[in-house]
Design a protein around this ligand. Structure first.
Ligand SMILES: [Zn+2]
Length: 342
């Protein structure tokens, strides 16, 4: 596989309390089971009938991920922490948080593979200590900030989420948050559109339209999953909005995270076929989300990559081959470096 490849969207999960947690419901879900199996970690094979050997699961996940990164064709991979839901006092709300991975956990992980792993940050702007946490991440030279507003339960446009007593405070500090991230050259990598991978609290917060405020403040943005859209079809209204936004803003990108799946194929195909959108595509895998090969066999065959794909076990490399077969070129795979130099 020729050329530099940077993956801007790879998830660390944390199962122990030092680095974060996965809540009881989510850890037992079919989704989690599928992610773990997809990377070769069998939760039922961990010498515990309830697979609650948390330390072991934590280690197994990290080891599988590090090995896959090391052995892959990737030149660099941005590993994402994942902030939680916060209550009205700005404290972590453990009941509504399904996944939490601290910024420190990812920072520590990158020391184990410093040549390949680029650590990102994740800060819910609702948390009481967001200024301190952001200052720490800026100090560390972090360039990517991961958000999933519909799961983390905040609105990127500072809109009406809070009861009256906090609306004013939130709308003023979200502006400050954007000023600080922009001035530090941080790109906000934010989930847009429907979400099946994690339990959703407020679906509307993930709408593309909600990104108007950060764009107007000239914050560099990367809308994950090619801005989502609708499963299985590429609706023209939503797609046209992407084009309008791209024409208006030079610092708006779209990643391909999770696009190697049947319900996202239509959006991937349409995005690569459109000259304007294509020029803003950056590569993201969404590891450990599973790559499904069946919907792409025709394209893999047509591109002469089917045999190589069948011989490839590495989840990153399998994802790269599918996206290459769909039409991503070397420039697309390397475009993520632009996000590091905002
Ligand atoms: Zn993701």
């Amino acid at each position: 596989m020729a050329g530099n490849i940077i993956d801007v969207h790879c998830h660390l999960f944390a199962f122990d309390l030092k680095d974060g947690f996965v809540n009881t419901q989510f850890i037992r879900s079919l989704r989690m089971n599928s992610y773990l199996k997809g990377i070769g970690v069998d939760p039922y094979d961990l010498n515990d009938p309830y697979f609650y050997n948390i330390e072991r699961l934590h280690e197994e996940y990290r080891n599988a991920m590090l090995r896959h990164i090391e052995e892959s064709a990737l030149s660099h991979v941005v590993v994402l922490p994942f902030d939680g839901v916060y209550d009205l006092d700005g404290k972590l709300d453990k009941t509504h948080t399904s996944l939490y991975v601290s910024n420190d956990a990812v920072w520590e992980l990158h020391r184990l593979s410093p040549d390949k792993i680029i650590p990102a940050a994740s800060i819910n702007p609702v948390r009481a200590d967001w200024r301190e946490e952001l200052a720490k991440c800026i100090e560390r030279g972090i360039k990517i900030m991961k958000w999933l507003p519909s799961v983390m339960s905040f609105s990127p446009d500072g809109g009406a989420y809070f009861p009256v007593r906090r609306v004013e405070e939130y709308s003023s500090h979200i502006n400050e948050f954007y000023d600080l991230t922009r001035d530090a050259g941080i790109t906000i990598l934010t989930h847009v559109g429907f979400e099946f991978a994690l339990p959703v609290l407020k679906r509307l917060y993930a709408r593309l339209e909600r990104l108007g405020l950060p764009l107007s403040k000239n914050v560099s943005l990367c809308a994950a999953h090619l801005a989502g859209g609708t499963p299985y079809v590429n609706r023209s209204g939503q797609f046209n909005l992407m084009k309008i936004m791209v024409k208006a803003r030079a610092n708006l990108y779209f990643d391909t995270a999770g696009m190697s799946s049947v319900h996202r194929k239509a959006r991937l195909k349409a995005s690569l076929a459109d000259e304007i959108i294509h020029s803003r595509i950056v590569y993201g895998s969404d590891y450990p989300i599973r790559v499904s090969s069946r919907p792409f066999l025709t394209e893999l065959k047509a591109a002469g990559l089917l045999e190589e794909f069948r011989d490839t076990k590495n989840p990153f490399d399998r994802d790269i081959l599918i996206k290459r077969a769909m039409g991503m070129n070397n420039d697309d795979f390397a475009r993520g470096y632009e996000l590091m130099n905002q």
